[in-house]
Design a protein around this ligand. Structure first.
Ligand SMILES: [Cu+2]
Length: 77
């Protein structure tokens, strides 16, 4: 999962329960990754990892750029 410019790429990702998603900051601006039950630091580089357990669509956004939104869709393993 890339954090590029003011986008998450891809904006929607499908994983199976128990999988870990890694976001990689590839631009130069500060962003974070905030969902209902996960939150990265505001950072300019580096990575953030979260393991998705609950099935369904998990929406998240960057709190600095409200138009930056993404979804991780978790299916049964
Ligand atoms: Cu952002």
């Amino acid at each position: 999962m890339g954090v590029i410019g003011n986008d998450f790429a891809p904006a929607s990702l499908e994983v199976t329960a128990g999988e870990t998603v890694t976001w990689v900051w590839e631009g130069s601006a500060r962003h974070d990754v905030v969902g209902d039950d996960f939150r990265s630091e505001v950072q300019r580089a580096g990575t953030y990892r979260h393991t998705f357990v609950g099935e369904g669509a998990h929406h998240y956004a960057c709190t600095l750029h409200p138009e930056m939104k993404g979804t991780v869709v978790v299916s049964a393993p």
